[in-house]
Design a protein around this ligand. Structure first.
Ligand code: SF4
Length: 340
């Protein structure tokens, strides 16, 4: 049975037209799905016979919320069980005037970054488009009356989003569609470890904000930290970043995890500033969150500020991103769901 949450509006129109239904029926259903309808009976503007028929022939089930944990800073980590029993995590992050949802795109991750707990999980599978957008529906339910303040999405949870390209693209189309989830393209960020061909393709197929996990300004160190660099070296990644056609005024965010004694010296900051020249860039510095099983430490405040100062001096907007949800392991690189 197909899950209709995996369809774009166009695909849904085609599916229903094969059953003799007009395109506007698809639009009605598409809207209900984004609003979080749990069954066809809730879709009260559909004829009863069609509701009955769809109940027997199509699926609209969602991931199931298993647990939620709230951190001292208000961050909420949700564990969701998928239809095959796999678990994923999604994190609601409170900001000053809105919420951001950190979405997962895969069960586990095959990219093997040395500093990431998700990399320690076995990679199980890609999420379907409906499993990706289902995280938004469940987060909205948890937020209740505050759901309208969930305005920002970041694909920085479990998985490499661009390694699940087709599902990501379908999910993004539904996320941005005004009859779907209706998010602003300015408020949706896809983060990648640097899959060059998919990055190029994504920028040609849809407009959303892009974030690149860089973490090192030279090939050898980056290959040690991020095995993806052996396939798609920094040089090629940055060359593509220089060629991306971004909307006026947009910049690419470069994420840079600060690891004590490894990539946090002033000289490294200068090298980073140099390699990003010519790219409309802003830099997020993320002090490492120590976690059991990961052999890294967080640099001192002094070193972090000195690193930032070098980048500011070179003219880059550089933010030290305070990781939220540390106490509930919901911070960057700490999502790790056990398959029970
Ligand atoms: S940092 Fe991202 S891409 Fe790297 S292993 Fe972790 S989840 Fe995968």
């Amino acid at each position: 049975m197909p899950n209709l949450r995996d369809f774009t509006l166009e695909a849904l129109e085609e599916y229903l037209s094969d059953q003799g239904q007009p395109p506007w029926r698809a639009r009605q259903i598409f809207r209900w799905l984004a609003r979080g309808a749990k069954n066809f009976e809730e879709m009260t503007d559909l004829p009863k016979a069609l509701r009955r028929h769809l109940t027997q022939t199509a699926d609209i089930s969602l991931p199931r919320l298993t647990t939620q944990e709230k951190g001292a800073d208000g961050t909420i980590k949700l564990a969701l069980r998928l239809s095959d029993g796999a678990l994923i995590e999604t994190v609601i992050i409170p900001e000053r005037d809105h919420y951001t949802l950190c979405l997962s795109s895969q069960v586990g991750c095959a990219m093997g970054c040395a500093f990431c707990l998700t990399a320690k999980m076995e990679f199980r599978r890609n999420l379907s488009p409906g499993e990706i957008t289902g995280q938004i529906i469940l987060a909205r339910e948890i937020l209740g009356e505050e759901a309208s303040r969930l305005t920002n999405l970041v694909f920085m949870g479990m998985g490499e989003p661009l390694a699940n390209y087709e599902a990501l693209l379908t999910a993004l189309r539904n996320i941005l569609h005004p009859l779907g989830f209706g998010f602003s393209k300015r408020r949706v960020t896809v983060s990648t470890s640097g899959l060059v061909p998919q990055l190029l393709r994504l920028s040609q197929e849809i407009v959303v904000k892009l974030a690149i996990s860089l973490h090192a300004p030279e090939e050898g160190l980056r290959s040690q930290l991020m095995p993806v660099n052996r396939t798609w070296p920094l040089k090629e990644l940055l060359s593509v970043c220089r060629r991306l056609k971004l909307p006026r005024g947009w910049r690419i965010t470069f994420e840079y995890l600060l690891l004590e004694g490894i990539n946090d010296s002033r000289a490294t900051a200068q090298k980073l500033a140099w390699i990003l020249r010519g790219i409309p860039a802003k830099i997020n510095l993320i002090p490492f969150n120590p976690a059991p099983g990961l052999p890294f430490r967080c640099p001192s405040e002094e070193r972090i500020l000195a690193f930032q100062a070098e980048l500011l001096k070179a003219g880059y907007t550089t933010i030290i991103r305070k990781s939220k949800g540390r106490d509930i392991s919901a911070a960057c690189g700490q999502l790790y769901a056990r398959v029970a």
